[in-house]
Ligand binder design. Structure first.
Ligand code: HMG
Ligand code: MG
Length: 297
């Protein structure tokens, strides 16, 4: 892949909507998925196969999957925390299954009710089963710079968890600044600890924008050769296990940066901006994307 090609993983329909107070219907989620495809996205998270008692907003992800229109070049991606989730996900055409753990013990307990080590063991058959079924596997590591319960996290701890996931056979690691506290210097320190072991091709950065640093952090990632970034249309989201955390970096803002810096994504900024404005309208929320607001004013 050319060095000026960037892949965006659109996470708004999962990371964003999992935090909405009022669940959005599967029909509406599928319609937005189709609109993201029409805007040029190639990798889109469609939802999660998690416990509906823990995250009711993601119930009906199977229905979303059955309603979407997906050209061959588009991958639908879903979160699976355990075997039960995998079994449900394998009934759908999702090409990528994402397992998720954290570099912080406390966050992991709140999020998936087990220790880091237990989560890795829980994922072992999940990764094997997904790969045996011909699906790709993404491994999320949350709290790569800061944790709402433990404060700053050491890069060496993130490198350790990353390696454990890679040893299981995951194809890609997404490094999550779950509560959006990172700054570029910390992203560099993090990547210093990881890239020598993994290279850049299998790494993604997943930035939340709580402190307004996400675009600066993505720029740091670009400088280090990262070419996969997670973002959410209209900056949807937050984190149910991290008080005060805002949404993912807005796809509109990332696209504006990337276009100016000469990177190709295949995604149409104006289309995404219009979709973002329309989603905010339906959800009756403000649009946190500065680019989105500027382009649809
Ligand atoms: P648990 O309560 O420890 O699990 O939850 P359990 O095995 O004891 O099961 C409890 C109940 O849940 C049972 O039902 C199971 O059947 C059911 P009951 O018998 O009580 O009626 N259950 C399920 N139902 C549907 N699908 C499943 C499933 N598994 C069990 N897959 C569990 C453990 C992991 C399931 C739970 O903690 C959970 O679902 N957590 C979800 C957490 C989540 O979705 N968090 C948000 C995503 S992560 C994130 O946002 C971070 C990220 O964006 C990156 C970043 O920003 O850092 C990715
Ligand atoms: Mg997230």
């Amino acid at each position: 892949m050319a060095d000026n090609t960037v892949t965006l993983v659109e996470v708004g329909l999962r990371d964003g909507l999992q935090n909405e107070k009022t669940p959005v219907s599967p029909g509406q989620r599928a319609e937005w998925f189709n609109a993201l495809v029409a805007a040029g996205h190639r990798r889109i998270e469609a939802g999660s196969f998690v416990s509906p008692k823990w995250v009711p907003q993601m119930a009906g992800t199977d229905e979303v999957m059955s309603l979407i229109r997906k050209p061959a070049q588009v991958t639908a991606e879903v979160l699976v925390p355990n075997q039960k989730g995998l079994e449900a996900a394998l009934q759908t055409s999702a090409e990528v299954m994402a397992v998720f753990t954290a570099a912080s013990e406390s966050f992991n307990r709140k999020n998936i009710n087990c220790s880091i080590e237990e989560s890795i063991e829980r994922f072992r058959p999940v990764v094997e089963g997904a790969r045996a079924a011909g699906r790709r596997v993404r491994g999320y590591v949350s709290c790569v710079v800061g944790c709402p319960y433990e404060g700053r996290i050491q890069p060496s701890q993130v490198a350790h968890v990353t390696q454990r996931l890679l040893d299981l056979g995951v194809d890609e690691i997404s490094l999550g600044d779950t509560i959006g506290v990172a700054r570029p210097r910390e992203i560099h320190a993090l990547l210093d600890a990881i890239i020598p072991d993994t290279g850049t091709d299998i790494l993604a950065l997943h930035c939340h924008d709580t402190y307004g640093q996400a675009i600066a952090n993505i720029t740091a990632g670009l400088e280090r050769g990262i070419r996969i970034f997670d973002s959410a249309v209209a900056g949807l989201g937050g984190c149910p296990y991290a008080r005060g955390a805002t949404g993912n970096v807005a796809t509109e803002d990332v696209l504006y940066l990337l276009e100016g810096e000469g990177f190709e994504t295949g995604v149409n900024l104006q289309h995404v901006a219009e979709l973002g404005a329309s989603i905010c309208n339906v959800l009756a929320r403000d649009n946190p994307s500065r680019t989105g607001k500027a382009l649809t004013a």
